[in-house]
Design a binder for this molecule. Sequence first.
Ligand SMILES: Cc1cc2nc3c(=O)[nH]c(=O)nc-3n(C[C@H](O)[C@H](O)[C@H](O)COP(=O)(O)OP(=O)(O)OC[C@H]3O[C@@H](n4cnc5c(N)ncnc54)[C@H](O)[C@@H]3O)c2cc1C
Length: 395
Amino acid sequence: MDEDSHPENADVVIVGGGVIGCAAARLLATDHDVVVVERGQLAAEATALAAGEVTITPSYTDYPEVGTHALEFFLEYDGTGQFHYEARESVEIVPTARIGEAQRRSERLASEGYDVEFLDADEVESRFSGLDLEDGFDGGVRHTETGFVDPYTFATTLAADATERGATFLTETDVTEILVEDDVVVGVDTDAGRIDAPTVIVAAGWRTSLFLDDITPIPVRPYRTQCIVLDLDTDVGDDFPMGWIPGEHVYFRPELNGDLLVGGWSFATDDPVGASGNADEAFIQHVADLAPRFLADGDTARFVNGWAGVDGATPDTRPIIDAPADAPDGLVVATGFHGRGIMTAPVAATLVRSIVTGEATDLPREPFAIDRFESRSRDFRFVSISSGDESYEDD
Ligand SMILES: Cc1cc2nc3c(=O)[nH]c(=O)nc-3n(C[C@H](O)[C@H](O)[C@H](O)COP(=O)(O)OP(=O)(O)OC[C@H]3O[C@@H](n4cnc5c(N)ncnc54)[C@H](O)[C@@H]3O)c2cc1C
């Protein structure tokens, strides 16, 4: 096909060129004619704004194969093009009131085979010189199967691979409609013309539920989440862990240049398009107050920059990767990644491929199936994944 021409047909059309669309395209392009249609630039929305944390093993301890699948992918993909996976331990900082629960949970996870251990405050500080727990923090849970990536490089490397395998990426092209005949998908309409295809994968981020409103209800609502970067007097080094603080709505990870990224502070929003792209002053102040309570150099933390982005939330914080039974044949949905789309992309790609081809996979389908929800309403209570057991109410 001529590079400049608009394709008239494909085996698979993917709506959305974020990390999920790119990852799915890469796996399908080996033996399908794939066209990815992106309304803006590739990986320029939630994907570009992500912190890039890969904490999928602790997030899916009820489905260990999910974490294992993703982690194996990241380790193997490390070194592809410019992509790098930085393996780093994580420390969940434990407030005094939660010590007993954290100890019991650590013991249970260790007995299930996870490399997880409870550390008291002295052990946290002697193992990680950059951490200094004070004022209500009394221990940590150490997880080893975690790490981070640069999300934009990750997505564009996946897209480059997909292109090499024959996929076509159309940017600045809006999919305006899914074309359905006799309850079967026959293609899409775009603002640059129609593309015939028997399979359409909608990986349109938080927009997916609005986009599919007339076809099938998707319980995904937009929420806004934020990151700030701190410069500390002493650069964070190779032994500085990633981590999170339940109840404080923050997580953190080192930057490879010695700065510290702190993310979190997430709220549902009814105005995803108009939502500010800057970090809230309240979040910056919260982190300024918190930093001296867990960082050895917390008093010296200087704000470097901050931003906010919008992702799609589901009622139980896990994504929807499925071909909904009430939707036309040929429609696949991969959305609602709820703050974990970067780390879940390898899993999503494998599941999407399995749904499209019918090939078996060792991954479970049920945690991602849409029929796990009794209601498909978008009017559900938003749960922040950085909140620990508590959660923020909707704004
Ligand atoms: C501040 C922040 C921090 C985060 N930190 C992490 C983290 O540390 N680890 C992690 O795993 N995840 C993190 N996330 C979440 C992660 O970024 C998302 O879950 C992930 O990027 C979702 O990918 P996606 O492809 O589904 O969506 P997106 O990246 O939003 O891509 C969807 C694409 O679809 C396009 N599109 C929509 N409608 C149409 C249409 N009609 N036609 C054509 N194109 C369309 C959009 O333009 C967009 O490019 C974070 C998110 C934010 C905002």
